[in-house]
Design a binder for this molecule. Sequence first.
Ligand SMILES: Cc1cc2nc3c(=O)[nH]c(=O)nc-3n(C[C@H](O)[C@H](O)[C@H](O)COP(=O)(O)OP(=O)(O)OC[C@H]3O[C@@H](n4cnc5c(N)ncnc54)[C@H](O)[C@@H]3O)c2cc1C
Length: 730
Amino acid sequence: MSKAVATVDLSNTTAAYHAAATVAPAGKLLHISGQPGSTKDGNVPNDYESQIHLALLNLRKIIIAAGASVKDIVKLNVFIVDYDSTSPKHRRHIQKFLAGHRPAMTLVPVPKLAVASWLFEVDAVVAVPEAPAPVVLPAAQETADVIIIGAGLAGLSAAHDVIKAGLTCIVLEARDRVGGKTWSQPSANGGVIDLGAAWINDVSQSKMYALAKRYGAELIEQNTEGNVVLQDFDGKCTPFAYGDLPSFDSLTRKHLAEIRDMVEADCQAVDTWRPKDTSLDSLTFEAYLRSRGASEIALATGAVWTRAMLGKDPKDLSALYFLNYCKSGGGLLAMRSDRKGGGQHLRVRQGTQMFSIGLASSLPEGVVRLNSPVQAVVQDGTHSVKVQAGAVYAARKVITTVPGPVWADSLSYGYYTKAMMEFRTPFWVERGFCGLAQSFVGPASVIRDTCSPADSKYVLTCFMSGDAGAAWGALPDRERELKLIEQLGTLFGADNLESQFVELTTYEWVKDEFAGWGCPCTSLPPGVLDTLGGDGLRESCGNLHFAGTETAGEWKGYMEGAVRSGERAAAEVVKGLNAGVVSRLCGHRDKQAAPNGAQNSEADCWPTADQDSAARLTPSLLLPICRHWASLAVGFPSQRSPDKRRSNPPALDSLGGSRVPSSAPPGQPPPHCRARRQMQSPALPLDCVMASAEGRDRIAFESLESFWSLGFEVEQELAMRGSRSGPPPL
Ligand SMILES: Cc1cc2nc3c(=O)[nH]c(=O)nc-3n(C[C@H](O)[C@H](O)[C@H](O)COP(=O)(O)OP(=O)(O)OC[C@H]3O[C@@H](n4cnc5c(N)ncnc54)[C@H](O)[C@@H]3O)c2cc1C
């Protein structure tokens, strides 16, 4: 697709994040009024950076409602009260919002705005693109009850349960391997390196522990014997016993303990499944900490948490989102702990990909299709969903486990890379350290021991995250090694570490399309949870269901969350498909008699009331999704190797190749789908859908929009169409 908005630059403007001017083809122009940083109910937080996040979200909602995207912005004007040119805090957030797009932009410092509490306002001109033609997929070559997109832990767990329920299932996986973000590489020097997930526990991660037992995982307990070390702002390192607070003066220690305990208490107060607190969601995590009196050192500690857990800085996260994230894993303390019940208690000697390989191997042959990147998903008003992944497949239900940034603008990853530094000896243990280190300066923000003594493998895993990690990631390979050797030497007081160093193994998930360009979990800026509601990410849309670790209630962002989300989505589709049978037995058939004397064997694909209403929603609403997915078809390379030219583990022979036999000739739907086809309702335009929207339609509609864009509001769509009058108050 050609770029609608072209930049005009002068020789000295090309490096700026905005252009000197832009040109857009003649067509529809959308002029957006000034958007302040208010929540959807009009609340305005005191904090300037939180207001920037909210204003940009409000702008995004309108752009989406008009059928455009951020890339269609021609001109941005930002109005900043008491602008401090020495500290342009807006720049970071606008750059992230624009994601590489460079509109023309004007910054207007102002003494005050229309409302005294407003500190930031943004308006825009947007070139609205022509609506693309609907995606029409050819007849399906294969059908199944359920198609699952993605063979990570979520997809494979879902497939396991779907098949257990007696339904047929196809898993379409883009890569040439199963496992997604579980990826274990045999090391040249023996042992295995986990490029993705590494830790589980045997207390609160019951699903993972059950898989570990089922597949015979050899578990290695995390080393917590010995000292931890903290590297301060000035680079100075101080050791302290594991479980204690760092060795600051007593007042600082007291303050840090109070802030930590307050965050713990606040996260425990948040609802795990449906977090709701407008005032917390209107603030960044940093603003929340400041508002509770956190000192600079407490803020830096908070940054270590958010970077180590999400690769993000506290100024980029909604406070409510982060607190809920902690709650999902039992709380801040549990998630940060390396001890029993903690997020980092046990590692797997064989590597965590064994869980995915085990699950995949337990599925019937031909269920998992490797090298099958999905390019389009279409609900076209019939009661089946078509999925294109080279071939076209049709199913009664689809579960997608594709990571969030692919389908939702507001979901994003931070920078997060694990750098595994292997040494000839565990020199840190010999010096009385357990291997855990935290740094306020980097380049690594957290370091952990990941030795496998049985393999004589001595590794420190360095978590390269946030801004410091991203700066390290931009260095050439050798400099990366040298920087880490230097930092580790400083942290553990070891000279001449180079002589001990064996090799660095790393993989940048941030460059991996099929990972959604990052890891370990996506997060949200202020305002989005409040807009969508706590269930927004996992609500099904018609026959499309959502799984994947970020949709989990418990252990979001972890393998445990992935498995639980897959099982939850599988339960939804099994219930939905079984409900078809039940409603027929209950007399639903009288309302919509199966044509041509359909027999019982066809009954389970008769639409239930729910399925019917969902189908009515689909044609016009799914187009944006189809477009988006279709655009993904372009430039999806095959899976990359981790740095050091390591190759993928060989594709599992038993998982590749063969196709699930179809019960119908090619191009024909199997018998059980015919009745549904004949009963399809005509496509309704969006306005009709809205006019007839009842409770469930509306929920489906909203969740559909959250799928596409996160942050769209039905009210806004109606306002755009003139169904509601009156601009928002200035
Ligand atoms: C560096 C790192 C460290 C981590 N550390 C831990 C840890 O210690 N403990 C822990 O519990 N968790 C950890 N995690 C997180 C954990 O790995 C994930 O939460 C979990 O594996 C996610 O599983 P998933 O199935 O939801 O998603 P994924 O594993 O991302 O699976 C999604 C699948 O969808 C596929 N896919 C994407 N697009 C398409 C498409 N268009 N068509 C078809 N298929 C597609 C992908 O290839 C992938 O296989 C870590 C992750 C990383 C990367």
